[in-house]
Ligand binder design. Structure first.
Ligand code: HEC
Length: 507
C-alpha cells in the first residue's frame, strides 16, 4: 500500500488510490454491495477513464466500430446457426428456410451478410488511420502484429462464410478460391485438398468451412481481440500525429464521456446503415449449387475482386511469382511496417517513403478492383451471363420455400397410392401431359416416361429433381443428354412444374 503523498502539507492529502478513483462514484447501497464483491468501480474506472493524449477525436472510432460489428456478427451468426445444417444435402435448403420462412430470418441473415462487408471496410479504415497517424510507433510493434493477425482472421471469416449457403455463386467462387493455391509448386495441391477435404467440393468442404467459420476462427478472434485491447492499454493511445510516440506530452482527456459518445455515434450510424440495407435490400440466395453447370461464371465477393483480377494476369511459369512471391512480399511489407518505419516522426507528410509505398499499393488494389468490374461490364457475353445469373437468383428468391422431399417418404406416399402426398391438381397434370406429348418426349423416354433403350425412365422424376433442379437440367443438359440427342428445351418454371406433376402421377 502506497504511503499517502503529501502534496500541500497541512492542506490536502492525496493518495494514489484517491487519484485513481472514478469520476462518478455511486452511493447506492446496492452498488456498494456489488463493488465490495466484484470491484466493479475499479473495473469501470479502468474501462472508461483511459487517458487519451490530445483529447477525443472521430479519427479514433474505427477500432470500437470493429468490435461493435464483431459482436453483431456473433449475435446474428448464432441465430443463423440455429437453423443451418452444414452438409451438401441440406445447407441450401436450410438457408432457403431461414430466408423464406423464419420470421425476420431474411433480415437477420442480411445483417450478417452486410456485416461481413462492414467488417472489411472498417478494418481497412482502421488500418489506414493507424498507418497515416503513425500510431504503430513507440513500442507498439506487438500491438501492430496482433492487428495483422486480426485482419487475416477477418478475411478468413469472409472466405469461409461465403461458401456456407451452398448456392451457385457460393459454390463456384469457392471452387475458384480453393483452386488458387493448387497452382503453386510442391505443396499447392495438398493445400487445396486440405481446404476442400478432398479433391472436390462437397459435404466435407462445407463441414470444414463451417467449423472454421463458427469455432476455429471466431475463437482465435476473441483471443486476439483480447490481446489487441490489452496491448493497446499497455502502450496507451497514441494521440494525434504531433504527439511524441514514446513520451506523450499533450494534456489528456479520459475516454469517458466524449470519446465514448463519438464511438457510439459510429455504432448508431452502423445500425442505421446495416439495418436499412438489410431491410430494403435483403441479401439474395441463388439456386442450389449444381456442380454440373459449366456455364456459370464464378465471381467472388467485392473484397476479393482485386485478387481475382490480379490472378488473371499470370500464366504458365509466372504463376508462382504472381500468386506466390508478390503477394507474400506485399503481406510481409505490411506486417513489418513498424520495424521498417522506425523514426519517431509520425506526421505522414514527413514520412514520404513509407506513406508513398503504402499509397501505391493501396491505389494498385483499388485499380485492380475497378478493372475487374470494368472488364465484366465491357464483355457482352460475360455481362449477359452475369445478368442471367443475377436474374436466376432473383427468380429463386421469389419462389415459395420448398421442403426437401425425402426419398423414402415420397416412395411411401406413392406406393400406398394414397392421395396423402400433396396431390398436384389435375389441371396441372393435364398441362404437363400436353407439354410432354407436344415436345415428343415419349419418342425417346417412352409413353408416360416409362423409359426405352434410348433414354431412361423419367416417370416419378420428382424423386430425383425438384422443379428448380429439373429446370436447370433443361437449361444446362448433361453430356449424356446431348449425346443421346435430347433437344435443348426452353421451358418456363410453370412448364417444368407441370411436366413434373405429370411424370410423378405416372409413377
Ligand atoms: C432424342 C431423344 C430424347 C428426347 C426427345 C427427350 N429426351 Fe430426355 N433424355 C434423353 C437422353 C439420351 C437422356 C440422358 C440419359 C442419361 O443420362 O443416361 C435424357 C435425360 C433426361 C432427363 C434426366 C434423367 C435423369 O434421370 O437424370 C430428363 C428429366 C429428361 N430427359 C426429360 C425429358 C423431357 C421432359 C423431354 C421432353 C420435353 C425429353 N427428355 C425429351 C433423350 C431424349
Amino acid at each position: 500500500m502506497a504511503e499517502p503523498i503529501e502534496r500541500h502539507p497541512g492542506k490536502q492529502v492525496e493518495t494514489v488510490e484517491a487519484a485513481a478513483a472514478p469520476a462518478v462514484k455511486s452511493a447506492s447501497p446496492l452498488w456498494k454491495w456489488l463493488d465490495d464483491r466484484t470491484g466493479i468501480d475499479e473495473m469501470m474506472h479502468v474501462a472508461l477513464d483511459e487517458p487519451i493524449p490530445g483529447g477525443a477525436r472521430y479519427a479514433y472510432i474505427f477500432g470500437s466500430g470493429l468490435l461493435f460489428v464483431f459482436l453483431s456478427q456473433i449475435i446474428t451468426g448464432t441465430f443463423l446457426a440455429l437453423y443451418y445444417v452444414p452438409s451438401a444435402d441440406h445447407a441450401h435448403t436450410t438457408v432457403a428456410y431461414i430466408t423464406k420462412e423464419v420470421a425476420a430470418g431474411s433480415f437477420l441473415r442480411s445483417l450478417h451478410v452486410y456485416g461481413a462487408s462492414a467488417m472489411v471496410i472498417i478494418a481497412l479504415l482502421h488500418i489506414c488511420q493507424t498507418f497515416l497517424y503513425g500510431s504503430f510507433k513507440g513500442r507498439r510493434e506487438v500491438l501492430w502484429l496482433s492487428g495483422c493477425v486480426l485482419f487475416a482472421l477477418v478475411l478468413g471469416m469472409a472466405f469461409t462464410g461465403y461458401l456456407l449457403p451452398w448456392d451457385m455463386k457460393a459454390y463456384f467462387a469457392t471452387a475458384v478460391g480453393t483452386n488458387v493455391p493448387s497452382e503453386l509448386p510442391v505443396f499447392g495441391n495438398a493445400i487445396k485438398e486440405v481446404m476442400r477435404g478432398g479433391p472436390e467440393l462437397g459435404t466435407l468442404t462445407i463441414s470444414r468451412f463451417f467449423v472454421a467459420h463458427v469455432f476455429f476462427i471466431p475463437g482465435l478472434m476473441i483471443l486476439f481481440v483480447g490481446a489487441h485491447l490489452m496491448l493497446m492499454r499497455k502502450a496507451r493511445p497514441a494521440g494525434p500525429v504531433s504527439e511524441d510516440p514514446f513520451n506523450p506530452k499533450l494534456p489528456t482527456e479520459p475516454f469517458y464521456p466524449r470519446q465514448v459518445v463519438k464511438d457510439l455515434t459510429l455504432a448508431l450510424l452502423l445500425i442505421l446503415i446495416l439495418g436499412g440495407l438489410a431491410f430494403f435490400y435483403p441479401a439474395a440466395l441463388g439456386p442450389e449449387a449444381n456442380p454440373a453447370d459449366t456455364q456459370f461464371l464464378p465471381r467472388p465477393e467485392w473484397y476479393y475482386r482485386s485478387l481475382f483480377q490480379w490472378l488473371k494476369y499470370w500464366h504458365g511459369g509466372a504463376v508462382v511469382i504472381g500468386i506466390g512471391v508478390i503477394p507474400a512480399i506485399v503481406a510481409l511489407l505490411f506486417v513489418l511496417i513498424p520495424f521498417l518505419d522506425r523514426k519517431s516522426e509520425r506526421r505522414p507528410w514527413r514520412r514520404p517513403l513509407s506513406v508513398g509505398i503504402f499509397g501505391c499499393i493501396l491505389i494498385g488494389i483499388v485499380v485492380l478492383e475497378i478493372q475487374s468490374y470494368h472488364d465484366d461490364a465491357h464483355d457482352p457475353a460475360i455481362a449477359q451471363q452475369l445478368a442471367l445469373q443475377e436474374k436466376q437468383a432473383e427468380d429463386y428468391m421469389k419462389e415459395p420455400f420448398k421442403a426437401e422431399v425425402v426419398g423414402a417418404q415420397a416412395a411411401a406416399a406413392a406406393s400406398n397410392n394414397a392421395p396423402a402426398a400433396p396431390a398436384a391438381d389435375s389441371a396441372e397434370i393435364t398441362k404437363g401431359q400436353q407439354v410432354f406429348t407436344s415436345h415428343a418426349c415419349n419418342a425417346c423416354h417412352g409413353d408416360a416416361g416409362a423409359g426405352t433403350p434410348i433414354a431412361p425412365k423419367i416417370a416419378g422424376i420428382g424423386q430425383k429433381y425438384n422443379p428448380d433442379q429439373l429446370l436447370n437440367l433443361f437449361n444446362h443438359p448433361t453430356a449424356k443428354m446431348d449425346k443421346g440427342g435430347m433437344p435443348h428445351f426452353q421451358f418456363t418454371t410453370d412448364d417444368v412444374k407441370a411436366i413434373e406433376a405429370y411424370l410423378d402421377a405416372q409413377h
